[in-house]
Ligand binder design. Sequence first.
Ligand SMILES: N[C@@H](CCC(=O)N[C@@H](CS)C(=O)NCC(=O)O)C(=O)O
Length: 381
Amino acid sequence: MATPYRLFGTPGSLYTAKARSYLRKQHVDFVEMPAASAEFAALLPTIARWIIPVLTTPAGEVLQDGSVIIDHFEAAGPRLSAFPTTPIHRAVAAIFELFGGEGLLRPAMHYRWNFDDVNQPFIANDFVAALAPAGAPQAVKDQVFGGAARRMRAAMAAFGVTEASIPAIEASYADFLARLDAHLATTPYLLGGHPTLGDYGLIGPLFAHLGRDPVPRQLMQRTAWNVFRWTERMNAPEAQADGLGPADGGLFADDAIPDTLVALLRFIAEDFLPELTAHVAFANHWLAERPDDITGTSGLANPANRTIGVARFAWRGHEIATMVMPYRFWLLQKVQATAAACDDPRLGELLAATGLAPLLTLRTTRPVERRGHLEVWGAAR
Ligand SMILES: N[C@@H](CCC(=O)N[C@@H](CS)C(=O)NCC(=O)O)C(=O)O
């Protein structure tokens, strides 16, 4: 029997959820492998850091990163493509890939780690099952969960979740959920009858954390049924359009962007763009302070480190500080490359009308590239 694809990840991992959803919707024959397995440990020298998801292919290739995994299959041949063929849909899909993976981290972390009475038993079981060696004694399980919880709570703070910002995080998430719910009341997926890159970006936080952990799952079920139903749809290999959207399973006709989607783009401009702008400014300052040739490296002492520092910015009436990760710029570059290939003036009009025009001009002085499964700086541009 041929070796199937193997997806290494965990059930509660945001970025594994993106890859898993794509593989399921595309009917890829794969098995999910625990990150605690010896097989995963054997991959660590290749991927050069502990990070999930990782996909191994029947041909023996190793792919790290959800976006890389999607690109691998999309390059291989005909399928119900995650990349729309029309230019405006293509650019909008890329924007939602960026926002989905990077723009919902505050609510995802807050609703996972700040409701211990209800969430903690579930999360502990989840983390232990995924990360502790099989058959480990209780003391080892406690140690595994304790260590992971400490790291994740530190990450939550580094994404800008503080006592002071929590009310704004909850209000912002409620606003986002209401807008997405209104959109998904009329369409099975973001751009119509089948999932695209934008859906795969969004499913990471909206399933792994916000659609699965007890407190936020109930919040979603109570206040955003259409979003909850979409999380189920995104995890089912079969089509489940619920009678919504274009009957042929195609995307919205004429490359159209309905008003409910325009409202979501406006949300990205209000909620996420200030952070991205601050991060690009921080990175450019950081790069300017490094005259040595760092081309082809992360510019950090530890090449596996993913953060170059902390940027401060105003967000919904609060000054917050969040860690700056070059990976985000790599996704931003994908948005810009997609937009650059779009010759339809309606894209510029849409971005201007929604406040997202700066997405096309925000630029780090060096591009981010991926080499050896790591993010590195390219030559100065
Ligand atoms: N964008 C990257 C990000 C992956 C990522 O951050 N994964 C998390 C888990 S969801 C991780 O491995 N974190 C490292 C850790 O937990 O130490 C990708 O899709 O591969």
